[in-house]
Design a protein around this ligand. Structure first.
Ligand code: GLC
Length: 638
């Protein structure tokens, strides 16, 4: 379609639209040609392309009409401060509603707790209606328009949003868009053979095509849900299921699926969601003969989600949940003409995994080498920096870089697993292997922060030295994610060093998935009187609270794309610098239990004799050689 033809189509469509808002028309007008191009690229062969494109436009109009004046006002504030999510003032926590405090009302009651710690952005793990047992922690949605009744009613949810907004807090929704539950109405109809709904999924009459797909795909849960297809005995068919067999992959080759899901996302934008975490996006498009992660069409889809979102709810931001290699993750921020116009935020998963590698080896060489290989991201985009989350830790390092350090990549991974899971070399860590590859012994890793840092075991054994080291490792992880620039995301429970949860083994619906090892019920008794408590948990909490407070007072910790890693040969240390026009902060991290030294020469552009340590609130005199203690982190202002 030519440009003029496209615009005249838009004008015909708009004649019926009653919306007066000039900004809406501007946004729609500016983005319409791009949206229609993207749509054409994806769906030129679809018999329903005309009909679905019109439905998409109608959805934009309807959702804008339904957007409340209050939300529209919030949009305008954000549009005038477009990289609000890069601010040093933003600090996040992710949590399961029920494990945190029972339900939406319980969560609302804990707003003072968030305020005390300094959290103002909360990522709610999936809270929509799901089947009772088989739901992968909420990641198998049965109804996209209803909340999980265990957490309360839609009214309770709305009241929670209202209270969050009153307290200047942001809400992140986990939007599970790659797949839905096999009990979703679409799947129920598809199972009965309804052609419209069969086309919402990838259905196959026999194993021919599934076998062809399998040749080039990997398995996500090889131990517990092998293969990427599930057999449906009642109709003797196969359906594509990359995750668990009860999570049916949605077929985005059908434009109806895209339109439904965009409409759903806008519905939740109108409920007051500030940021969407777009779950498992790397897998959204599949082709025979491909690896089926990060395909180019995934990016076109995400651009469509983002552009449509921007027309209706321009204040909303988007996180790509793609746990993929650095050269792939960077593409989720948009490339070429779309640079900065796809997702605003992505997970810094490589850094996270490498920080655990460095703690296990007491050596930062691979971390430093890998950071250098990460391409620069576009302006106004940022990372979620995190140490733990609800998922396992994948040891996804670049084999080439590991080899360049003279290491065998499999042996290196096996060493890390032994450190975290087997008490190897005196390690106090209590992690467990997740999804073991039986031929090689390679695996991913589960375990809570306190377990992996050795604090859980040290407390059980009342080993004073190890308790100290465990606390210091947790503080180190927190001090890093709060100073890298970007959106730091604390995993609920880590602020009080919750140990592993072994209870999940008594639950039939969970015991096969050891990610539940690090999904614990919050222990509120630890928090009572925490300010006066000398316990290890209280020490972690108080240090985290202090770090958050200092971060928020330090504008150089905002993400202005200015993070600079400093080449420094001491293998125990990681050194980086954050700047803004007024301020320079050096961060020095000791990843080992040994005291060590750093030289004055690492501050290349510094000629003074002292730096101010933000954490101890004292000046430190900089000598030729300076001391840094075990697992210590320094935040030094020039
Ligand atoms: C994401 C979630 C993970 C879930 C998967 C399937 O990776 O983080 O917990 O199992 O998506 O939805």
């Amino acid at each position: 379609m030519q440009q003029a033809e496209k615009l005249s189509k838009l004008n015909i469509f708009l004649e019926d639209v009653k919306i007066k808002d000039k900004n809406f028309h501007l946004r729609l007008g500016a983005n319409f040609p791009i949206i229609s191009d993207l749509f054409q690229k994806l769906y030129s062969d679809s018999p329903y392309k005309e009909e679905t494109f019109e439905l998409l436009l109608k959805s934009l109009v309807k959702n804008f009409e339904e957007r409340s004046p209050l939300q529209k006002k919030r949009d305008m504030t954000r549009v005038s401060n477009p990289n609000w999510y890069c601010s040093e003032k933003i600090v996040g926590m992710m949590l399961y509603v029920d494990l945190f405090n029972t339900d939406f009302n319980g969560l609302k009651e804990k707003i003072p707790y968030f305020r005390d710690l300094g959290i103002n952005t909360v990522h709610l793990m999936p809270f929509l209606d799901v089947p009772e047992f088989e739901n992968d922690g909420g990641y198998a949605v049965r109804n996209y328009r209803e909340v999980n009744p265990k957490f309360g009613t839609m009214k309770d949810f709305e009241a929670l949003v209202h209270e969050f907004q009153k307290n200047d807090m942001n809400l992140i929704m986990d939007f599970v868009l790659n797949h839905c539950a096999d009990q979703h109405q679409w799947a129920v109809e598809a199972r009965k053979g309804h052609p419209k709904y069969k086309d919402f999924f990838y259905f196959f009459p026999d194993r021919n095509l599934p076998n062809a797909y399998e040749r080039t795909m990997i398995e996500i849960f090889p131990d517990t849900s092998p293969g990427n297809f599930t057999y449906l005995p009642e109709s003797d068919q196969w359906v594509m299921t990359l995750f668990y067999g009860y999570q049916w992959d949605l077929n985005y080759k059908n434009p109806m699926v895209l339109v439904e899901m965009i409409d759903t996302m806008l519905f939740w934008s109108n409920k007051g969601i500030d940021i969407f975490r777009l779950d498992a996006v790397a897998f959204m498009w599949k082709e025979i003969g491909k690896f089926n992660q990060n395909l180019p069409e995934v990016h076109l889809l995400l651009q469509l989600f983002k552009l449509c979102g921007q027309i209706v709810a321009p204040g909303v931001a988007y996180i790509a949940e793609a746990i993929v290699a650095p050269e792939e993750i960077i593409k989720y921020f948009g490339e070429g003409l779309f640079q900065g116009d796809e997702c605003d935020i992505a997970y810094n998963a490589s850094f996270m995994a490498l920080s655990w590698e460095a703690l296990a080896t007491r050596n930062t060489n691979l971390l430093k080498k890998s950071i250098k290989a990460v391409p620069k991201k576009p302006r106004n985009t940022t990372w979620i920096n995190y140490a733990r989350c609800h998922d396992d830790i994948g040891l996804g390092f670049d084999d080439k870089l590991v080899a360049e350090l003279g290491l065998d990549s499999l042996q290196h991974r096996l060493y890390i697993l032994k450190h975290y899971c087997d008490g190897f070399n005196g390690s106090f860590a209590l992690g467990q292997r997740f999804m073991i590859e039986h031929e090689t012994g390679n695996a991913r890793l589960s375990g809570s922060m306190a377990a992996l840092c050795g604090l859980e075991k040290a407390l059980k054994e009342n080993n004073e030295r190890e308790i100290k080291l465990g606390i210091k490792q947790i503080n180190l992880q927190h001090a890093i994610i709060l100073s890298l620039g970007g959106l730091p995301m604390i995993y609920s429970g880590d602020e009080v060093a919750l140990p592993n949860n072994y209870e999940y083994l008594n639950d039939e619906s969970k015991k096969y998935d050891n990610r539940w090892l690090h999904r614990s019920k919050m222990n509120w008794s630890l928090v009572e009187n925490i300010e006066n408590s000398p316990s290890a948990q209280a020490q972690v909490y108080k240090q985290l609270k202090k770090l958050i407070k200092i971060r928020k007072q330090t504008p150089a910790f905002a993400d202005n794309n200015d993070l600079e890693f400093i080449d420094y040969e001491n293998t125990h240390l990681l050194v980086y610098k954050k700047t803004n026009n007024k301020d320079t902060i050096y961060v020095i991290v000791n990843f080992s239990e040994f005291d060590t030294v750093f030289e004055r020469s690492l501050f290349a552009d510094f000629s003074g004799d002292k730096l101010y340590n933000l954490l101890t609130e004292t000046d430190i005199i900089i000598h030729e050689k300076n001391f840094i203690s075990a697992y210590d982190v320094l935040w030094l202002r020039k």
